[in-house]
Ligand binder design. Structure first.
Ligand code: NAD
Length: 516
């Protein structure tokens, strides 16, 4: 471990979170076990090996599924507000471990410490939200057409919820799903990204404390640290009622088809290609802050990262010049050092994809006004640090139509707002969108049915970042799923319509007579 990293207290953090040099990757709430191959987790911050994890093999998978099936039989009988109490305790534990978990997220994934802490705060917030919802799992009551009958709808838990997550939100997405799945009475099995296995083990360790303190059976919340093959097993497994998948559109497309094939349910949270429209009536200062943070935050590795700026021709030059100036001031380096604005990409594969995208963009005609570059030398030894770049493009370029998970920002000029909205919508993805304007008419048109086609549409806020409380997710190739707020608990339950006859007759619906 380098001296610099020692200065940031990583060793103590790992100890506090129960991460050893060699770990086992399967837990159902009690002891860890593993029979699969060993993977190594390297930090993109400094390239150092953080720890090894023996992954879950096929026999471990079976043990986890069995434990989950058994646990569900008990867990579903606990009243929802009591399950909410367990989620409340998880939130309390997360408050206790916030600093350590936030730091581990930063060190293993590479996002800034502030963003790592923010991610843990989201976990705390979803727990608070879910506690309230646990007392609100309501259905409609409707009038029956038959006299002396009562009709209503109620919701029941589904069973096992499989959660497959991406590397870029290595802890929050698990909690978004777990907190809501739990209050609904489900048990969960988590297959985290193999790129951030230690974050998963840290979460499970925190969870295991809660399970133990409440004397809960094993199998209510399990983790399978493993590669995509175990993920595929979960997807194909009929015993898993719902698959909540967060990841790329490429993998999500397969997950969606395979789960549908077996009539399972899925929540899909896939790639985005998010744009901010900057109109002639925009507050340019706010626009620059929103655009730069959206494009370079998490080194462009958020599903909601700003990838395109659609700028009115009258302010185009001004915005462009100010962006170039702002990019010139960006500090790129160790994300644990709060004076840096941009940290590393997750690994050198991601660096290669960044380089390929730049090459491809240039071939198509992209004009780079801030050039990209892989950074070398002191502080950049991991090989994962890249320079955020900006290019002037046409929206129709193939590379612009794709999500490149790196800090590459595309500028596009427009004349009318209708044209800007058409450009904004003219990509396969539909996650997040924003307009910067002080003009009410522009804002309302953008939010209208003739406006943005995304799951998230903001006014005078950038595309990235979302609050717990609102349903989060996107349309088109983003998958259509919703998580983390509003009434999304319904995704985690099955709906049942009940009709009760409290008379001594048996009238049939639609006035049908059936005399015997
Ligand atoms: P990825 O698709 O490569 O991997 C995601 C997860 O899927 C990993 O756990 C991986 O092991 C697993 N997986 C891979 N192949 C599988 C298979 N055949 N069956 C089952 N599981 C399989 O994605 P990534 O690189 O980790 O994450 C980046 C992507 O995630 C980006 O596209 C980003 O936009 C997206 N993302 C979306 C949201 C959202 O809410 N919409 C949030 C975060 C990330």
């Amino acid at each position: 471990m380098s001296k610099k990293v020692k200065d940031f207290g990583i060793e103590k953090t790992l100890k506090n979170l129960g991460i050893k040099d060699e770990n086992k990757g399967t837990s159902t709430g009690g002891k860890y076990f593993a029979s699969g191959k060993t993977i190594e987790s390297y930090s993109p911050v400094d390239g150092n090996l953080i720890a090894k994890v023996k992954t879950s093999g096929e026999s471990d998978y079976e043990k986890v599924l069995e434990a989950a099936q058994n646990a569900f039989k008990e867990f579903r009988l606990i009243p929802a507000p009591k399950r909410g109490e367990i989620v409340r305790q998880l939130g309390q534990k997360l408050r206790q471990y916030k600093d350590d978990l936030g730091k581990l997220v930063s060190y293993e994934m590479g996002k800034s410490l502030q963003e790592g802490l923010g991610e843990v705060q989201e976990m705390i917030d979803i727990c608070d939200f879910a506690v309230g919802v646990s007392r609100q799992l309501h259905g409609y009551t409707m009038h029956s057409e038959r006299p002396g009958h009562r009709m209503y709808e109620q919701y029941h838990p589904l069973g096992i919820v499989g959660i497959i997550t991406a590397f870029n939100f290595p802890v929050a997405v698990w909690s978004w799903n777990t907190a809501l799945a739990w209050i609904c009475g489900n048990v969960t099995i988590w297959k985290p990204s193999e790129k951030t296995p230690l974050c998963a083990i840290a979460c499970q360790n925190i969870m295991n404390e809660v399970l133990k303190e409440n004397n809960l059976p094993e199998g209510i919340s399990s983790v399978l640290v493993a590669d995509h093959e175990i993920g595929q097993k979960l997807v194909d497994d009929k015993r898993v009622a719902l698959i909540s998948f967060t990841g790329s559109t490429r993998v999500g497309r397969m997950v969606s088809a395979n789960v549908a094939q077996r009539f399972g349910k899925s929540i899909l949270e896939l790639g985005g290609n998010n744009a901010i429209i900057i109109t002639q009536d925009a507050d340019i200062n706010m626009s620059i802050i929103g655009a730069v943070f959206g494009a370079v935050g998490t080194a462009g590795q958020r599903c909601t990262s700003t990838r395109r700026l659609i700028i009115h021709e009258s302010v185009y030059e001004e915005v462009k010049n100010r962006l170039v100036k702002a990019y010139g001031q960006l500090k790129i380096g160790n994300p644990l050092d709060e004076s840096n604005h941009v940290g590393p990409l997750i690994d050198t594969d991601a660096v290669n994809l960044y380089q390929e995208a730049i090459k491809k963009g240039k071939k198509e005609g992209a004009k780079f006004i801030v050039e990209g570059e892989v950074l070398k030398g002191k502080g950049y030894e991991s090989g994962c640090y890249v320079k955020p770049c900006i290019a002037e493009v046409k929206n129709s370029y193939e590379i612009v139509q794709h999500e490149t998970f790196a800090p590459i920002l595309y500028l596009i000029k427009y004349k009318t707002l209708e044209e800007a909205i058409a450009i904004q919508n003219d990509v396969p993805q539909g996650l997040s969108s924003a307009i910067m304007t002080q003009n009410l008419r522009e804002a309302e048109l953008f939010l209208s049915q003739a406006g943005s086609d995304c799951g998230i549409a903001n006014v005078n806020i950038g595309t990235s970042g979302a609050e717990i409380g609102g349903a989060f997710g996107g349309e088109k190739e983003t998958g259509g799923g919703r998580e983390s707020g509003s009434d999304v608990w319904k995704y985690y339950m099955r709906r049942q319509t009940n009709t009760i006859n409290y008379t001594t007759n048996l009238p049939l619906a639609q006035g049908i007579k059936f005399d015997l």
